[in-house]
Design a protein around this ligand. Structure first.
Ligand SMILES: Cc1cc2nc3c(=O)[nH]c(=O)nc-3n(C[C@H](O)[C@H](O)[C@H](O)COP(=O)(O)OP(=O)(O)OC[C@H]3O[C@@H](n4cnc5c(N)ncnc54)[C@H](O)[C@@H]3O)c2cc1C
Length: 384
């Protein structure tokens, strides 16, 4: 059975990885180069962490996500990850931190409660004002996203997976199993997986409402000399709220000497835009990101802006990942809404199991959408 995967981001490549691992015939079609710097998956880093507000289903998926990454590191023979720990701060004020901690406790994820004084004592580059609660999880860290996409593409090529780069799928017929490329060529497949990220709605207009391309700004900063060492040892910061807040990725030096930067952004969804349009962030977009964090980062005006960057989320209104069936032979995974990277290998494995008819589509779709699926005790006991 031959599968064609449309899209060489983390979802498409991980699905191809899991299919190839299971012995399947699979190829990947990617409109850009690999890694494609315009894809959602390609930046220095993406985060993996347990705190998920009230979204318990996704918190549970993080456990599976970690297992998936371990299998991928084994195949890649390298570990493109740095554990940083996770510090969640209550200052955004609308309960995300509290909801997270209730779920962490219920799921027995290790965490500690800190007061503002402890936070600023341990991390003097932070301001404690307005901080009612803070919680620290020793788990959580930085996935070196661009390096992962590069290593995974290389691994797939070594495993004999055709990677058709610079080829755009212009149309597909999921009943017949055919894909028409922009250059006029046609590909045939028994199964098609569309993993086109923010371009999904262009190829599959019916999915546009659950895959809105949303323009997001990230800012890389150079901290003042006195805080460089502290940031290199700092956890990721999450001060998430509907109206205000930010997240911060601390800088790291990887084992092979690669340096990644201190990055700051927010998780609020941006305006709808064309992912092939102008990507230069305006100074207003950069300032808006910095303004979200000024209250929490001491002397932020002394940090130098190294780079502002525009990336794209593909947004589902409730942030639920969408695994959809398209006719007899097709599937799509979209709507990853700014939190899908961490699930890449786990998603790839589920998708591969469905495409190979080893798992039920409906259950996989509910799981991807973050709905808690209770496994009956007898079934989990017998699985060993
Ligand atoms: C700024 C930012 C921060 C984020 N932070 C996190 C985080 O901390 N943790 C986390 O888990 N997630 C995070 N995410 C979300 C995560 O990066 C995405 O959910 C994930 O990368 C989506 O992967 P994808 O494979 O679906 O899409 P993409 O990576 O966009 O891949 C889709 C690919 O399909 C190709 N393509 C599209 N259409 C066609 C076509 N017609 N023919 C051929 N090729 C096509 C594109 O060129 C692209 O390479 C973040 C996202 C952004 C933008």
């Amino acid at each position: 059975m031959k599968t064609v995967v449309v899209g060489g981001g983390i979802v498409g490549l991980c699905a191809a990885w899991a299919l190839r691992r299971a012995g399947a015939d699979v190829s990947v079609v990617e409109q850009g180069v690999l890694p494609n710097p315009l894809g959602s998956s390609v930046d220095q880093h993406r985060l993996i962490r347990y705190p998920y507000g009230a979204q318990r289903g996704y918190l549970r998926m993080v456990r599976e996500a970690y297992h998936g990454w371990e299998r991928l590191w084994g195949d890649l023979k390298m570990r493109l990850y740095a554990e940083t720990g996770t510090l969640i701060l209550s200052g955004a004020g609308d309960g995300w931190a509290k909801e997270s901690v209730v779920a962490l406790a219920a799921e027995e994820i290790e965490h500690l409660a800190f007061d503002a004084e402890t936070v600023t004592g341990r991390w003097p580059m932070l301001v404690g004002d307005g901080l009612d609660d803070a919680y620290y999880c020793p788990s959580g860290g930085v996935l070196f996203a661009q390096s992962i996409i590069a290593a995974l593409s290389g691994h797939l090529r070594e495993r004999g997976v055709p990677m058709l780069t610079g080829r755009t799928v212009a149309a597909l017929d999921a009943e017949a199993g055919s894909l028409t490329l922009a250059d006029g060529n046609t590909l045939r497949a028994d199964r098609i997986l569309v993993a086109a990220g923010p371009w999904t709605g262009r190829l599959l207009p019916d999915l546009a409402p659950v895959s809105r391309p949303s323009r997001q700004t990230v800012v890389y900063l150079q901290p003042p000399a006195e805080f460089v060492a502290a940031w290199h040892a700092a956890p990721m910061l999450l001060e998430i709220g509907a109206a205000k807040g930010f997240y911060l990725v601390p800088p790291r030096v990887t084992r092979d000497g690669m340096r990644t930067g201190l990055k700051i952004s927010d998780h609020r969804f941006g305006p709808t835009a064309d992912p092939d349009g102008n990507r230069d962030p305006s100074s207003a977009e950069i300032d808006a990101i910095l303004d979200n964090a000024r209250h929490r980062i001491a002397g932020l005006e002394g940090y130098r802006v190294l780079q502002g960057k525009t990336c794209f989320y593909d947004v589902e209104p409730e942030e639920r990942l969408q695994f959809r069936r398209l006719g007899a032979r097709g599937y799509a995974l979209c709507g990853t809404s700014g939190h899908g990277f961490k699930f890449g290998p786990a998603l790839g494995e589920r998708i591969a199991a469905v495409l190979q008819e080893k798992a039920e589509f409906e259950a996989a779709a509910r799981w991807a959408a973050g709905h808690i699926i209770e496994v009956p005790a007898a079934a989990s006991d017998s699985s060993g």
